[in-house]
Design a protein around this ligand. Structure first.
Ligand code: SF4
Ligand code: SF4
Length: 149
């Protein structure tokens, strides 16, 4: 399987375009900001399986065999990239996690950098931002090669 086909299995078309553009431009992802506990990321969740972001109900049930703790998630539809979208049944009416101490790794790690390659965006009102940046060492490399003039 070609590299592009592998990437398309993992990410959306938009995500692969972002990934390749960033590679060419020598950019990296930087997550800035902080969480102000609005709970929106628990209402619109994309889940990742071994084969990439989940696109079908069948894929979700396969993942459930391996991760029964994902039973807390309910399918609510699909996003504009064609990936399944979930809400979490652990979210209370007050917008808080029912068991914050024992939430999953995907909850504590949110927003994960690979979300950018899912092609979507952060939930509305999220206190974080995902930005593409060019690290200082890339500028330094350009200077050494004489391209920064
Ligand atoms: S387990 Fe808690 S933090 Fe994680 S998605 Fe559910 S409600 Fe949100
Ligand atoms: S959407 Fe962003 S600000 Fe809101 S709870 Fe999730 S991480 Fe925090």
């Amino acid at each position: 399987m070609s590299k592009i086909s592998q990437l398309l299995r993992l990410y959306s078309l938009m995500g692969v375009i972002r990934y390749l553009r960033m590679r060419v431009m020598g950019k990296e992802i930087l997550i800035t900001g902080s969480c102000h506990c609005c709970g929106n990321c628990c209402r619109k969740i994309n889940l990742e399986g071994v084969q990439g972001w989940l696109r079908s109900e069948k894929d979700f049930y396969t993942v459930l065999d391996e991760y029964p703790e994902y039973e807390r998630f309910k399918i609510t539809g699909k996003d504009e990239q064609g990936f399944l979208q979930f809400s979490c049944t652990w979210l209370t009416n007050q917008g808080l996690c029912r068991d914050h101490e024992n939430r999953l790794a995907l909850c504590t790690n949110f927003p994960d950098k690979t979300l950018h390659f899912c092609g979507g965006k952060l939930p509305s009102g999220c206190g974080y931002s995902i930005v593409e940046v060019r690290p200082f060492d890339k500028y330094l490399e350009d200077e050494v090669k004489g391209e920064g003039e």
